[in-house]
Design a protein. Structure first.
Length: 245
């Protein structure tokens, strides 16, 4: 009986030491991966890297991690226009089947899914904010984007009728979708600006627009988008996603 108690105590102690060693190892690996990702993606701040699953050491021995979560805030994505970027907030990506080198200098995930937010203020920068003629003597421009409820964006359009000295702001509800790897905003109906008959194509040059959000970390791509109170929520996905190296 005494020998059994001693054996049990040893098992508990060794188990505790294994857990401690496992947590120390995973913390070290998370730090190395975060530093490498920061350097690879030229990030302004160190991202959060959370290696899921227990024990970590057995995953390490196998050379592949089951589930890794990466969090990046304030990522500057390319817009397709030279020298311009768009801010992507609260980017969270779940990586599955992450294979890595022994020194963590390279890591590739079999698949990845994630979410992020682009604020309305940031998205507004891509819309036409300069007055544009939509009919003789009638100009229009977008002056605001906000949540329209039920997954719609409320687009505030300011129109000016020069002959009447009239400036008015009207709102239209717009649908938002991912089209050809771009966020597309499309008015459900057109605003009525003054008494003039407006050509639909001219008005849609103002109300409808697309925004590219390119070069996301690891090569992940836009999947879906939906209007929300604080901006548009985007979903991303990818395969053979390169985290580092």
């Amino acid at each position: 009986m005494r020998a059994l108690r001693i054996l049990l105590i040893l098992v508990v102690i060794l188990g505790g030491l294994f857990v401690i060693a496992d947590r120390v190892a995973v913390h070290f690996a998370e730090g190395k991966a975060a530093d490498k990702l920061k350097a690879t993606e030229n990030l302004a701040s160190t991202p959060d890297v959370d290696i899921k699953g227990f024990p970590f050491l057995t995953q390490l021995a196998g050379g592949s991690l089951d589930d890794v979560e990466v969090g990046i805030d304030g990522y500057r994505a390319a817009t397709g226009k030279a020298g311009t970027t768009i801010r992507v907030d609260d980017l969270k990506a779940h990586m599955k089947g992450v294979k890595f080198s022994g020194d963590y200098s390279s890591a590739i995930a079999d698949a990845a899914t994630g979410t992020a937010t682009v604020s309305y203020a940031e998205l507004l920068k891509t819309a036409k904010s300069e007055p544009t003629e939509v009919a003789p003597g009638v100009t229009a421009r977008i002056v605001g984007l906000s949540d329209g409820g039920n997954g719609k964006i409320k687009v505030a359009v300011e129109g000016t009728v020069a002959s009447l000295g009239l400036t008015q702001t009207v709102s239209v509800l717009s649908s938002v979708a991912v089209v050809n790897d771009r966020v597309e905003v499309h008015a459900d109906s057109l605003p009525k600006l003054g008494p003039a008959a407006l050509a639909e194509s001219r008005v849609r040059e103002i109300t409808d627009f697309q925004q590219a959000i390119d070069q996301l970390p690891g090569g992940i791509k836009l999947d879906k988008v939906q209007a929300a109170p604080d901006g548009v929520k985007i979903s991303v996905k990818g395969s053979d996603v390169r985290l580092a190296g």
